[in-house]
Design a protein around this ligand. Structure first.
Ligand code: PMP
Length: 352
């Protein structure tokens, strides 16, 4: 017999099972119109290698972003580009600096290239502590990640503080603005990294097609940086890593940015609704500018994730710290909200 956490009860399962996977910050919408046609056409060329330089995608990105094509480097998801970046710039004897908790790939990839991770705790408001990060910079620091909005907390750093931080960092360190969730940002004080990189050769912006464009499964992301950095990233790419499927799907997606923005708008509306409901329930949730929330469940994290799982909802637990839950369809979000409310009733010490 299934064990139930105190206070939880069964909730009818009428929601699509994929929508209940709220653990990976995926987009619940299917690929944009026209994308499946491109992918199907690409399937007819499976006997051929893809273009290793991603030429058409790079040209389309350059036109879309208003940057020169030689400022762009593509990769196998932005996590692939992050690997290229660390491969190019970090290594034994160097330090890779990032806030913590932040995207798990930073320490993993730093370790893969032999660079020492320097995690700097977030503030009590779960925001990057840029002052402490600046204090942690040494003459061995080569790469500094600023995840904006931050995964898994959804919190942001704003223009003035970020500019001040960047301008105080040594020019030998590359500041990587990881903007995987850029399209979900509505706070006008949050800068567009592209405005910051233009006059600053030691700033690099990372973006992805996995989130707002809903292409997590095909694996394509990119960096925008000044030519020496972008060239080093391209030189460290795995040859033929970005498949033709991925290149064509990304090109087709860039032709449907209006629909992308509408869908992101709907998810942002849903984010507001879920946020308000969580606050109303009494959860101390930091405001999120991304497509997920952070619930500081502390020592009850595993129990919370298990309570969600019993209702078929998958969240991402960080044992002993909290859970990250992605914004999904309204129906799936409702099921999650119901579980969250019932867990909070049984464990009121979690609330505010
Ligand atoms: N950066 C951040 C902050 C992320 O959360 C993710 C995905 N979870 C990525 C980069 C990587 O995205 P992808 O490799 O799918 O492009």
């Amino acid at each position: 017999m299934t064990q139930h956490a105190p206070g939880t009860r069964r909730i009818s399962r009428t929601v699509q099972s994929w929508d209940r996977k709220m653990s990976a910050n995926e987009n619940p919408f299917p690929p944009l119109p026209g994308v499946l046609d491109s992918a199907t056409a690409a399937a007819a060329t499976l006997n051929r290698y893809p273009d290793p330089a991603c030429r058409h995608l790079t040209e389309d990105l350059a036109a879309f972003l208003g940057v020169p094509a030689d400022h762009i480097a593509t990769g196998i998801g932005s996590v692939g580009v992050t690997h290229q970046l660390l491969q190019a710039l970090a290594g034994p004897g160097t330090e890779t600096l990032f806030a913590w908790r932040s995207f798990e790939a930073y320490p993993q990839l730093a370790e893969m290239v032999g660079s020492t991770s320097v995690p700097v705790p977030l503030t009590c408001g779960a925001v990057h502590d840029l002052t402490a990060m600046l204090d942690a910079v040494t003459d061995r620091t080569r790469v500094i990640f600023v995840c904006n909005p931050n995964n898994p907390t959804g919190t942001v750093v704003r223009r003035a503080e970020l500019e001040r931080f960047i301008d105080r960092c040594p020019p030998e360190a590359l500041i990587v603005l990881d903007e995987a969730y850029h399209e979900f940002v509505r706070d006008e004080e949050v800068p567009d990294g592209l405005d910051l990189y233009r006059d600053r050769p030691n700033v690099c912006v990372l973006r992805t097609f996995s989130k707002a464009y809903g292409l997590a499964g095909v694996r394509v992301g990119y960096a925008v940086a000044h030519p020496p950095v972008a060239a080093a990233l391209r030189a460290n790419a795995l040859p033929f890593g970005v498949t033709r499927f991925a290149q064509d799907a990304a090109i087709a997606s860039l032709r449907r940015t209006e629909e992308m923005r509408e869908r992101v708008g709907a998810l942002v509306d849903e984010r507001s609704r879920v946020y308000t409901a969580l606050l109303h329930q009494g959860w101390p949730v930091p405001p999120s500018q991304a497509n997920f929330f952070w619930l500081p469940t502390g020592e009850h994290t595993d129990a919370f994730a298990e309570a969600c799982e019993r209702e078929g909802i998958l969240v991402r637990p960080f044992s002993g710290e909290g859970v990250r839950v992605s914004v999904s369809t309204a129906q799936a979000n409702d099921v999650f909200l119901q579980v969250a409310q019932e867990v909070l009733k049984s464990l009121p010490q979690l609330g505010v």
